[in-house]
Design a protein around this ligand. Structure first.
Ligand code: AMP
Length: 446
């Protein structure tokens, strides 16, 4: 199975071409295991972590099963959140771009119905949606399930946790019985097993989870034991000292997300925030801007950050201890993706939180290594060294405009170069001659 190629699997030329465009060289383990069964039309229960390539594993066969001559829903994918629905939809879009006549619709709550009606009416064969909105469309008559050939439940355990059980059962009952049923779920608690038993016909079971302790192997994991009031400054020092530029900070409440992102902004850290009270349109924009690197740190609650697919993050801060081992693994799994390495810090402040963290650590089998918080002097010294290195690199690159007249005037004044450079840095940091306080641009302070 290790050496399977995409071309060995009977995938259509159109989809193979799209796979090549996406830069996938060979199937990931979950794809090697799931694709043959799914392409053969079997039902399937897949257990695999995020980042394993599970979306393509179910999207490729689903796209190839679409009959483009029939302009009605044939594939239905249910996702727990709008963010995940959008990402899954995007992946379907990329994989089907050469298959002419394939249309899709993504339907989720918190957005007006207009576009969704239009996409469905236009004859979408692939529908990706959240359970609540799918039910709404069924009730309004804008979505029909009688032509459905494949139903896919992505992150099924999450959907049940979020209270979508009744909606899912109704949707499954409404789809034709001879359909293909596909469940992807990290865990298989009893209610999921019951649902599988009722809706699947001799499903293939595939479990590709990293063995315990393997999860997050390429992620350095630390804990930080400090007073509640000292958490923000400890985190700021870690960010400055390590020169982190891309990360997520998880908090357990919306209020904490708001407060922390405000405080980080005041300290000159380019950041934005995500939680359930933020309007959908703004959430989409924030996610997009974060992906594009418009700001450096995202402060978020667990739910808001689910499905966030950003591959280049360096660090995760668990500003509050996560609920359980699964949430912990999920949170830290935002780094160390696609073969990269990353770092995760978890803060705890009380005995209770410490105890809770110990349980998570024993479950996920990682050593609770304490992070050393650098002193203010160390942070300052590191910043100065980094600034000097950056300036030398800039000079070496030659990518700056020469200011010969100013330079000559400053140097001819008979002052020492050290005074001149220090005064220029003061000017740069303080935004002028008289300002007492540095302008809050932490990364750029020397
Ligand atoms: P997922 O588990 O579906 O969230 O996928 C995680 C990431 O891996 C996504 O950015 C995919 O585009 C990417 N990916 C999926 N399959 C492959 C593959 N065979 N080779 C390389 N990257 C892949």
């Amino acid at each position: 199975m290790e050496n399977t190629l995409f071309t060995d699997l009977g995938i259509s030329e159109e989809v193979l071409k799209a796979i090549a465009d996406m830069g996938f060289e060979k199937p990931s383990p979950i794809q090697s295991a799931a694709l043959p069964a799914l392409l053969a039309g079997r039902d399937l229960v897949g257990q695999s972590a995020t980042g394993s390539g599970k979306t393509a594993a179910f999207a490729i066969p689903a796209i190839d099963a679409v009959d483009v001559a029939v302009r009605k829903p044939q594939v239905l994918v249910l996702c727990p959140t709008r963010e995940l629905a959008l990402q899954v939809f995007e992946e379907f879009g990329k994989l089907s771009k050469y298959k002419k006549g394939v249309r899709g619709a993504v339907i989720y709550g918190g957005e007006p119905y207009g576009r969704q009606f239009r996409d469905l009416e236009a004859g979408a064969q692939i529908v990706v949606g959240t359970p609540g909105r799918v039910i709404d469309h069924l009730e309004r008559g804008s979505l029909a399930l009688d032509g459905i050939k494949t139903v896919i439940l992505d992150e099924a355990d999450r959907m049940l946790d979020m209270g979508f059980r009744d909606d899912i059962e109704r949707i499954l009952e409404g789809a034709p019985e001879e359909r293909q049923s596909v469940f992807f779920s990290a865990t298989l608690p009893k209610p999921i097993q019951e649902l599988i038993k009722r809706s699947c016909n001799e499903p293939a079971h595939i479990k590709i989870l990293p063995p315990k302790g393997e999860a997050g192997k390429n992620i350095e994991q630390f804990v930080v034991d400090c007073d509640r009031g000292a958490k923000a400054s400890a985190m700021l020092r870690l960010i400055s000292f390590n020169r982190y530029r891309r990360g997520i900070i998880f908090c357990s409440t919306k209020i904490m997300v708001d407060e922390l992102s405000e405080s980080l902004t005041e300290h000159g850290i380019p950041c934005d925030r995500l939680h359930g009270d933020i309007r959908q349109r703004d959430r989409d924009r924030i996610m997009r801007q974060f992906r594009e690197g418009a700001f450096e740190f995202l402060v978020a609650t667990d739910v808001a950050a689910r499905g966030l697919d950003v591959d280049d993050l360096e660090v995760v801060f668990n500003y509050d201890v996560p609920n359980d081992a699964e949430d912990y693994t999920h949170r830290i799994g935002r780094v160390g993706r696609a073969g990269r390495t990353g770092t995760a810090y978890t803060f705890f402040s009380s005995k209770g939180e410490r105890f809770h963290m110990e349980r998570i650590a024993s479950h996920t089998r990682f050593a609770m290594t304490r992070a050393r918080i650098p002193s203010k002097d160390e942070v300052d010294k590191q910043r100065q060294e980094a600034f000097a290195t950056d300036v030398l690199a800039l000079i070496a690159s030659g990518k700056f405009k020469k200011k010969e007249a100013v330079a000559a005037k400053l140097l001819e004044s008979g002052l020492s170069p050290s005074d001149v450079i220090s005064a220029v840095i003061h000017f740069y940091e303080h935004g002028g001659v008289d300002a007492e306080q540095p302008v809050p641009v932490a990364h750029h302070q020397v």
